[in-house]
Write a protein of this length. Structure first.
Length: 121
């Protein structure tokens, strides 16, 4: 996500960063309780499954390892995006362009040019 924001046109970067830090405007505990509302047996996800035609027993998604991972990722992803965005936004875009001009794929350019240059931070 940080690379996508850094690669976006300059005028759109503040908008994307705004949406990345938007969860910071609410309390950590409230964000965690929102996941409980989504994942409980009568929550929004179960209602969406019923609307899609699922007629079986509602799945038990709350208090599972996947729910914990999803909640932690949701709560800490904005920190990671901001920490990764700063060095990525300072990279010279001509380096990635030169890599692509020399025949490297987008993934190779990221792995061999962009990632090593952004590691020092």
């Amino acid at each position: 996500a940080a690379y996508a924001i850094a690669a976006a046109p300059r005028r759109w970067q503040p908008v994307f960063l705004f949406f990345a830090v938007l969860p910071f405007w609410s309390n950590y505990l409230i964000r965690t309780y929102a996941w409980i509302v989504l994942l409980n047996r009568e929550g929004l996800i179960t209602q969406l499954l019923r609307w899609a035609g699922y007629t079986g027993e509602p799945p038990s998604m709350l208090y599972t390892e996947g729910a914990v991972i999803a909640g932690l990722v949701y709560n800490y992803l904005p920190f990671v995006i901001l920490a990764c965005y700063a060095p990525l936004s300072r990279l010279n875009p001509e380096l990635a362009e030169a890599s692509r001009d020399l025949g490297a794929s987008a993934m190779t350019t990221f792995r061999r040019v962009i990632l090593p240059l952004s590691v020092p931070g």
